[in-house]
Ligand binder design. Structure first.
Ligand code: SAM
Length: 355
């Protein structure tokens, strides 16, 4: 099978993700007025899938929220990544306030500029959802294949709901309509397998700054590319950025019965997950970072994240639709993980005072 055909199939995985997200939005799991613009034919997904989409979005939202709200110094990243669970800060603070959100909301961001880079963004709406709530980074970059970014750019450019949030009269399309540039939001086209040679220069041309604390998000993306290529991204970020937090969400456990079935089902749709064989476990997901010089890494499966939901939130989502498939859920959730890692270069030592 030629690579072009394989790439087309991978681009198509975004349609599935966004339809599932809309299903979760329409049922009340998630609050996101932007998703519907990316779905032509909405369809209701089974409860299992809705819960999965909800938890996936919520856990990455939580990282994003904490990254934006807290100052990212090596010590504060430690706090974020080790003592706080990725679901504990609520992203729907209006309806479900939690002590975590309240505490961080009153902590001033101290004016430290931050960047977010979404690798393989697809139709993700996080930038818009967060900025609508008053949460934004100095720069938010999104990257995907040109065919995918072209579709996204059209939707954004022609809908006031999006351009109002971007709020930049100079918002403009570029590179044959495959890119969008504005003050704080850039949609860039390219192939993540050419990260160092082609993506990094593109980012830098749009004001990406290696000295700023940066959150890298990879939601169901690295798993689709060969480990050598995803390792190159992790390596580059770990070596070149002054301070960064990297968050990965993807499938694990390919070899047990459920995992094998999951792979067979994907294969029937011609979807391959080359990354899952290199990073099949929580431990290997952590090592993908620690073995490349990152200071700390942690990976948890979705059961763990589910357990960390507050009783109130669990009650809220349980009221949305009948959910009988508890055992199936646990099996499924055992096959998805969130891994996060941080790395920060040591600060310049204070000059020694002479006696
Ligand atoms: N991150 C989004 C989300 O969670 O909603 C989209 C996830 S979708 C399953 C995977 C995305 O990764 C697709 O949009 C696909 O085009 C993108 N992708 C995969 N390999 C890529 C590559 N080599 N270069 C750029 N984008 C890639």
């Amino acid at each position: 099978e030629p690579q072009v055909a394989r790439d087309d199939i991978i681009k198509g995985t975004d349609d599935d993700a966004i339809i599932s997200k809309l299903s979760a939005v329409n049922l009340g799991y998630l609050d996101d007025p932007f998703v519907k613009y990316f779905v032509k034919r909405p369809s209701r997904r089974p409860p299992l899938i809705n819960r999965g989409s909800y938890l996936r979005t919520r856990s990455l939202d939580t990282f994003t929220e904490q990254f934006i709200k807290n100052d990212i110094t090596p010590s504060s990243i430690t706090t974020t990544t080790t003592t706080t669970s990725p679901t504990s800060a609520t992203t729907q603070s209006a309806s479900t306030p939690s002590p975590t959100t309240t505490a961080t909301a009153i902590t001033p961001a101290a004016g430290i500029k931050k960047q977010i880079v979404s690798l393989g963004c697809g139709s993700d709406t996080r930038y818009f959802k967060f900025k609508a709530k008053g949460l934004s980074a100095h720069k938010y970059f999104e990257i995907d294949f040109p065919e995918s970014t072209a579709k996204k750019a059209v939707v954004i450019k022609k809908n006031k709901a999006f351009t109002d949030i971007i709020g930049d009269p100079d918002l403009r399309l570029g590179l044959g309509g495959t890119e969008l540039y504005s003050k704080d939001y850039c949609l860039l086209s390219g192939d993540l397998r050419e990260f160092t040679e082609s993506i990094v220069p593109k980012l830098k041309a749009q004001g990406f700054d290696i000295s700023l604390p940066t959150l890298f998000l990879s939601e169901c993306v690295l798993i689709y590319i060969q480990p050598g290529d995803s390792d190159a991204i992790v390596n580059w970020v770990g070596t070149n950025m002054d301070a960064s937090l990297f968050v990965v969400y993807e499938q694990i456990n390919p070899t047990d019965a459920f995992g094998a079935m999951m792979l067979r089902n994907l294969k029937a749709r011609q979807i391959e997950l080359p990354g899952i064989h290199a990073y099949p476990s929580l431990k290997s997901q952590e090592e993908r970072f620690t073995s490349r010089g990152w200071q700390a890494a942690k990976a948890v499966n979705m059961n763990k994240l589910h357990e960390s939901l507050s009783e109130q939130e669990l009650k809220r989502i349980s009221s949305l639709e009948i959910f009988d498939e508890v055992e199936e859920w646990q099996l499924l959730a055992d096959h998805y993980c969130v891994a996060w890692a941080y790395q920060a270069k040591p600060q310049q030592p204070e000059p020694r005072r002479s006696q």
